[in-house]
Design a protein around this ligand. Structure first.
Ligand SMILES: Nc1ncnc2c1ncn2[C@@H]1O[C@H](COP(=O)(O)OP(=O)(O)OP(=O)(O)O)[C@@H](O)[C@H]1O
Ligand SMILES: [Mg+2]
Length: 449
């Protein structure tokens, strides 16, 4: 479908010529006076209009054309109206621009120039449309860059809002890729320390032997290789926020030292004697089960209670149903504009596939999936093939029968889980009768819970 263009001119010959020159690229409608222009505009909703100013009943002066201009802009303030003016009417054309016209051309109109100008008009319209859609998607729901309209995200935003104004330690829990670091930054950003540093340290990424000096710093000569004195991350976070990521991975001897810091707000550098006073807010995060760690004796209970004064739990993406497509569209717009593919969108089938996927890697997986799809997509539509989300369940199947059963089993279990084990709604969702669903469950040995 070509973009829509309305040509308004009282000269029959000019209308025909223009139409002839542009018909290949645009869906064109024609009007010869103000009334027909407005009527045409209302029904066809073109995003660009070519407007001659000398219209009947006063073809000799621009008033009727200017009136048409304001009337069209009143109907759609984003419409791009290009004035086509006669020789020597530059002053009038400028007046029209002052009243909201997008640009002007002088007669006789040069076809190539016209084509380039129209291309730019439609391009700008497209960008504005995408921007508008993006704003609509966000719908005031962007929270320090965190998006989420689903009910399960509202308690998260609530807690962040509340806890941000305090200094209490916060423990953020959630599967990998659910946005724990984003939440930590949001807390920092909304708090009194937002102009101070936000220092993140990933406790699992640093070898145990280095972690202590990384956190607490060291004095010159504290150990072989310590040629100079060095401040640790805790010290650099002074006046700001310290984010301890993957806190579950922190080795036991360091847990003791960390606890001391939390209790007394002082540290000693490795090899140092001097107590250094630190004023930092501490936020920790983990995707590990710390309760299990405590039961097994690998994570100190006293440290847990110090860190977990407030807990923020991020839901997995599969429990944020309303958010999957919203996030996918948001990422698509962002990456499409990064690689200059304006107007790229998901086709119907890929939207369905996105919604069905279980997203074990959560928002991070979705983000990467869309990033790749945007690069792979040919033309204006992202297809399921670009997403590369073929269900993994059937991957080990050898025969068609095995593959079919694996997919059937997965879909039935999913539907049952979603409906709390209730057969009737699960059958409706799967498009089966109840007896057929019972039969399949029997065959696949899926227990009724
Ligand atoms: N609510 C959200 N809105 C928009 N983007 C999000 C949201 N949550 C997460 N993201 C994006 O998803 C990616 C993963 O987020 P983040 O690093 O905060 O997750 P994480 O829980 O710390 O992950 P991991 O456990 O792997 O460290 C980031 O690129 C982030 O920008
Ligand atoms: Mg993280």
């Amino acid at each position: 479908m070509n973009p829509k263009l309305l040509i308004v001119d009282d000269d029959d010959e000019i209308r025909t010529q223009m139409k002839w020159a542009l018909a290949k690229d645009y869906e064109i409608s024609l009007a010869e006076d103000r009334a027909s222009a407005v009527e045409n505009f209302r029904s066809a909703r073109p995003s660009v209009v070519l407007l001659d100013l000398g219209l009947p009943p006063h073809p000799g002066n621009p008033e009727e054309g200017l009136a048409t201009l304001s009337e069209l802009l009143a109907l759609d303030r984003l419409v791009k109206i290009v004035i086509v003016s006669g020789q020597g009417e530059k002053a009038v054309a400028l007046r029209a621009i002052g009243s909201g016209a997008y640009d002007f051309l002088s007669k006789p109109v040069e076809t190539e120039e016209l084509k380039i100008l129209l291309k730019r008009c439609f391009h700008v319209t497209q960008l504005e449309k995408e921007y508008g859609e993006m704003q609509h998607l966000l719908g005031g729901n962007s929270f320090e860059g965190m998006l989420g309209n689903s009910p399960s995200m509202q308690p998260v935003f609530d807690s962040i809002r509340k806890v941000a104004t305090t200094d209490a330690p916060v423990l953020i829990l959630g599967e990998s890729g659910t946005g724990k670091e984003m939440a930590a930054r949001a807390i920092h950003q909304r708090g009194a320390r937002k102009d101070g540093p936000f220092i993140a340290i990933n406790c699992s990424a640093i070898p145990e032997t280095l972690l202590e000096s990384e956190l607490f710093g060291h004095e010159k000569g504290a150990f072989t290789g310590a040629h100079v004195q060095r401040k640790g991350r805790i010290e650099t976070s002074n006046g700001g926020t310290l984010f301890l990521d993957e806190i579950g991975e922190i080795p036991q001897p360091l847990q003791v030292k960390l606890l001391r810091f939390l209790q007394e707000q002082t540290i000693e550098r490795v090899g140092g004697r001097q107590e250094i006073q630190i004023n930092a807010r501490v936020i920790a995060a983990t995707n590990a089960d710390l309760k299990k760690g405590m039961a097994a004796g690998t994570f100190r209970e006293d440290l847990f209670y110090r860190l977990a004064v407030v807990q923020v739990v991020l839901p997995p993406l599969r429990d944020r149903e309303n958010d999957i497509l919203m996030l996918a569209k948001f990422f698509l717009q962002r990456f499409a504009s990064e690689v200059s593919k304006p107007g790229l969108a998901f086709d119907q089938e890929s939207l369905r596939v996105l919604n069905k996927h279980s997203w074990p890697g959560n928002v991070r997986e979705l983000e990467n999936c869309v990033r790749r799809a945007v690069i792979m997509a040919d033309g204006k539509r992202v297809t399921p093939g670009d997403l590369e989300l073929t269900p993994g369940v059937a991957a080990n199947a050898v025969t068609l029968k095995e593959a079919r059963e694996a997919v059937e089993r997965q879909m039935i279990q999913q539907a049952l889980r979603k409906h709390g084990g209730k057969i009737a709604p699960a059958a409706v969702e799967l498009g089966l009768s109840r007896p057929t669903l019972y039969e399949l469950m029997d065959k696949l040995q899926i227990a009724k819970e």
